[in-house]
Design a protein. Structure first.
Length: 235
């Protein structure tokens, strides 16, 4: 699937990992730093736990780059762990490693609810920015309804993360926070990202062609060749 950009080039729409091995690797990569933090924090305290988690995140980042993953994605993932580690060191307590996660989920919930209230679903804006949603769907009522549903799904996701994380943070359960983050929050986040991309791509693939919209150059070339091919006449 291709998305006509505002320029002359056609750019491929990114998609979620498809092979089970790729999905499993994403889960392992996401869980590696929190699990390392849990073990190190229980033995040497939050400061050492934060440093070990950051070291593990750097090793995971190097492996992901070796596998050919985007430098931007790897950098963002490592920066998130660094933010968690700084939080744990700043507050000098284990549960503070997950304070940024609480902030992110609370901010995501507020943004999604706010965008629904004003009738401008945030998933539509984000998908267009990252070129999952083509610009040609702007103003399409079907696209707006689709993103209202997707933004509602993200709202539910943020709420289901925030409630257990907030409770476990309040009772100072580092083990519970690690488990809920690694086994529930991050997997459901990845699943919702994948669902969003798949829903949008499928809808765009089956969307009727809008008059005046740029055409797929491969289709145009194939049609031209078909028209120019000589036709054999039956005797």
């Amino acid at each position: 699937m291709y998305d006509p950009d505002t320029g002359d080039a056609w750019k491929p729409i990114p998609g979620p990992p498809r092979r089970p091995a790729d999905i499993a690797r994403h889960f392992v990569d996401a869980a590696a730093a929190p699990v390392a933090f849990l073990f190190a924090e229980s033995r040497w305290g939050p400061e050492w736990g934060a440093l070990v988690a950051l070291l593990v995140a750097l090793v995971v980042a190097a492996l992901r780059r070796h596998r050919g993953e985007s430098l931007f994605v790897v950098t963002v993932s490592t920066s998130i762990v660094a933010f968690h580690s700084v939080s744990a060191i700043a507050f000098s307590e284990g549960r503070a490693f997950y304070f940024p996660e609480l902030v992110v989920n609370a901010a995501g919930l507020v943004v999604c609810v706010g965008s629904l209230l004003i009738g401008r679903p945030i998933t539509e804006t984000v998908c267009r920015r990252v070129r999952v949603e083509p610009a040609s769907t702007a103003g399409d009522p079907a696209a707006r309804r689709r993103h209202l549903r997707l933004t509602a799904a993200w709202t539910v996701l943020w709420a289901t993360h925030l409630v257990p994380l907030g409770y476990l943070y309040a009772i100072d359960s580092v083990v519970g926070l690690t488990l809920i983050s690694a086994l529930f929050a991050k997997p459901t986040m990845l699943a919702t990202v994948a669902l969003t991309v798949v829903v949008v791509r499928r809808a765009v693939r089956h969307r009727p062609t809008v008059p005046g919209a740029p055409l797929n150059q491969d289709v145009v070339t194939a049609a031209s060749l078909d028209r120019s091919a000589p036709h054999r006449k039956d005797p």
